[in-house]
Design a protein around this ligand. Structure first.
Ligand SMILES: Cc1cc2nc3c(=O)[nH]c(=O)nc-3n(C[C@H](O)[C@H](O)[C@H](O)COP(=O)(O)OP(=O)(O)OC[C@H]3O[C@@H](n4cnc5c(N)ncnc54)[C@H](O)[C@@H]3O)c2cc1C
Length: 463
C-alpha cells in the first residue's frame, strides 16, 4: 500500500492486557481491495495477535430506510461469510458504531479504521480518537483512506474549483495509488469469545426485526454485495462498454450501475479501475471508453470527495455553491415560475411533465435513476418550486430518501452542481438566471425519450 493512504493518529505501546488488533469496518464494507483491512492484518501478523473486525449497525443512521438497510445487509452477509471462512473474528453490534466499539478498545493493541468523507462519519471517528487518547493511550491508531483511488487529502489540500483544476493533479498521482495486489493471510487465527447482536444468515427476518424507517421498501431490481457488483461490472465490460459513449441516452442501459456498490464500499473504485485497465490491455475495451469511464470514476467522483472534504457547508443551501450562483439566484428569486408543485406532488409524479414523472417513478420503484434524467429531474425542481432554497432542500431530501446511492458525497456535489457548483455561468434567462438550463424539448431532440418513459412504465428488470 502507498503509505500516503495512512493517517497515523496515535502511537502505541505494548502492554500485557492486549489480546487482538481491531479493524473497525464502516465505510469500506468489503474484503477485496480493502487497504484498511489489509493494514490491520499486517499489524496483527507483526504482533502475532488475532484480528477482530468490528461493525456497528446503527438503526438510526441519518436518512437511512429499509431500502438502504436491505442493500447494505446483503453485502455484509457476504463479508461475514468470507471473514468466517478465513477464521477472522467478526462482531456486529446493533448500536451506533462510535459507541459500540469503545468496550473493545481496552484489550486491543491497535485500531485501524477506514476513512469516512461525510461530517457524521468524521465525527464518529473523532469521538473514538478522543476517548482513546484519554482512556487508552497505549493503543496504536491508524486511519486508512481506501475508498478513494487517490486519498482525498493527497490529491488536493483545498476545495477545487472544478473538474478542470482537479484533473491534472489526480491524473498525475493515480498511477502511484495502483497499490493493491492481494489480501494478506492472517497468521494468528485464534477464536475470540464474541457475541454479535445480529444474525446475518436470514436477512428478511433480520430486516423485519430492526427498528428502522420503513417508508421506502427494498429494491426488487438491485441487490447488494460484492458478488452482484462483480457480475454487473463484468456485464458492463463484456456487453455494454462498447456503447458507453452513447450512454447519455436515458432509454439505454449502457452505464455500469456501480454507484450503489461504491456508496456502501461493497466494491472499491480501484478494483473497478484495475478491471477496466485489464480489459483494455486484452483488447476488450476501447481507449476512448476507458478514458470516458475514468473521467467519471476518478475525476468526477473524487471531485465530489474533495467537495465534501473542503466545503464545510456542503449540505447547506447558504454555503454549497459559488458567489456568482447566489447573485444570479437572488436576482431571479421573484421571477414567475411557469408551474408550482409541492414536494408531495413532485414525489408522487403528479406534474404535467411525463419525463419528470417517469424519472421520479424510476427512483421510487428501483432506487436508481439514469444520470441524464437526474440532471433533468433536479433542474425541473428548481423551476417548479417557489424558492431556490426549498428546491434545494426538496432535491436533497428525495435524492437521499429513494436512491440506494443517496447520502453519498456524490449526492451533495451533484445536487450542488445543478446550482452552479463546479459548473460555469450560462446565458441568463427567467427563473434559472445564469444557472444551466434544461428543458423537455432538449430531451425530445436528443433522445428517443418516449422509449425511456415506456421502459419505466413497463417496470425495470434486474439487469
Ligand atoms: C441531481 C443529481 C443527483 C445525483 N445523485 C447521486 C447520488 O446520490 N449518488 C451518486 O453516487 N451519484 C449521484 N449522481 C451522479 C451520477 O448520476 C451517478 O453517480 C451515476 O448516474 C451512477 O450510475 P452508474 O454507476 O451507472 O454510472 P457510470 O456512468 O457507470 O459511472 C461510473 C461511476 O463513476 C461515478 N460517476 C458517474 N457519473 C458521475 C457524476 N456525474 N458525478 C460524480 N461521479 C460520477 C460514479 O461513482 C459511477 O458509479 C447524481 C447526479 C445528479 C445530476
Amino acid at each position: 500500500m502507498n503509505p500516503g493512504r495512512i493517517i497515523h493518529l496515535q502511537s502505541g505501546k505494548s502492554n500485557a492486557n492486549q489480546k487482538y488488533v481491531i479493524y473497525w469496518m464502516q465505510q469500506a464494507q468489503r474484503i477485496h481491495f480493502n487497504h484498511a483491512l489489509n493494514h490491520a492484518i499486517e499489524i496483527a501478523n507483526h504482533k502475532n495477535l488475532p484480528l477482530l473486525v468490528f461493525f456497528g449497525l446503527s438503526t438510526h443512521y441519518p436518512d437511512a430506510n429499509e431500502r438502504h438497510f436491505a442493500f447494505m445487509l446483503e453485502g455484509l452477509k457476504e463479508v461475514k461469510a468470507i471473514l468466517d471462512h478465513f477464521k477472522i473474528n467478526v462482531v456486529i453490534k446493533l448500536i451506533s458504531p462510535e459507541l459500540g466499539i469503545i468496550p473493545y478498545l481496552e484489550q486491543a493493541a491497535a485500531l485501524v479504521m477506514d476513512y469516512g468523507y461525510l461530517r457524521h462519519q468524521k465525527q464518529w471517528r473523532k469521538h473514538v480518537l478522543d476517548v482513546a487518547k484519554v482512556q487508552y493511550p497505549d493503543l496504536h491508531i491508524d486511519m486508512v483512506d481506501t475508498d478513494a483511488i487517490v486519498p482525498v487529502r493527497v490529491s488536493s489540500d483545498h476545495a477545487e474549483y472544478g473538474a478542470y483544476t482537479l484533473r491534472p493533479k489526480i491524473t498525475k498521482l493515480y498511477p502511484l495509488y495502483r497499490d493493491f495486489s492481494k489480501i494478506s493471510i492472517l497468521k494468528n487465527i485464534q477464536a475470540l469469545e464474541l457475541m454479535s447482536d445480529v444474525d446475518l444468515t436470514d436477512i428478511d427476518s433480520l430486516l423485519a426485526k430492526l427498528d428502522i424507517d420503513r417508508s421506502v421498501k427494498r429494491s426488487e431490481t438491485y441487490h447488494g454485495g460484492y458478488i452482484e457488483a462483480s457480475r454487473l461490472i463484468l456485464l458492463f465490460i463484456n456487453q455494454k462498454s462498447s456503447h458507453y459513449l452513447e450512454s447519455n441516452d436515458p432509454s439505454t442501459d449502457y452505464t455500469s450501475l456501480m454507484s450503489m456498490y461504491i456508496h456502501f464500499g461493497q466494491i472499491s473504485t480501484l478494483d473497478i479501475m484495475e478491471r477496466l485497465f485489464l480489459a483494455h490491455d486484452h483488447g476488450q475495451l476501447e481507449g476512448q471508453v476507458l478514458d470516458a469511464y475514468i473521467e467519471q470514476l476518478l475525476v468526477r467522483r473524487e471531485l465530489a470527495l474533495n467537495y465534501v472534504t473542503y466545503v464545510k457547508g456542503y449540505d447547506k443551501f447558504e454555503e454549497m455553491t459559488e458567489p456568482w450562483a447566489y447573485s444570479t439566484m437572488e436576482k431571479h428569486l421573484f421571477d414567475q415560475r411557469p408551474y408550482l408543485y409541492t414536494k408531495f406532488e413532485l414525489e408522487q409524479s403528479q406534474t404535467h411533465d411525463p419525463y419528470f414523472n417517469a424519472a421520479m417513478k424510476e427512483m421510487r420503484d428501483t432506487g436508481y435513476m439514469h444520470n441524464y434524467m437526474r440532471m433533468y429531474w433536479a433542474k425541473k425542481i428548481i423551476e417548479w418550486m417557489p424558492t431556490y432554497q426549498e428546491a434545494y432542500q426538496t432535491t436533497i431530501a428525495l435524492n437521499n430518501k429513494y436512491f440506494i446511492d443517496g447520502r453519498d458525497p456524490n449526492s451533495y456535489a451533484s445536487v450542488a452542481w445543478c446550482y452552479g457548483k463546479h459548473d460555469r455561468a450560462w446565458t441568463e434567462r427567467e427563473v434559472f438566471g445564469k444557472l444551466r438550463y434544461m428543458n423537455s424539448h432538449g430531451l425530445e431532440r436528443k433522445f428517443e425519450i418516449q422509449a425511456y418513459v415506456d421502459k419505466v412504465n413497463r417496470g425495470i428488470k434486474r439487469p
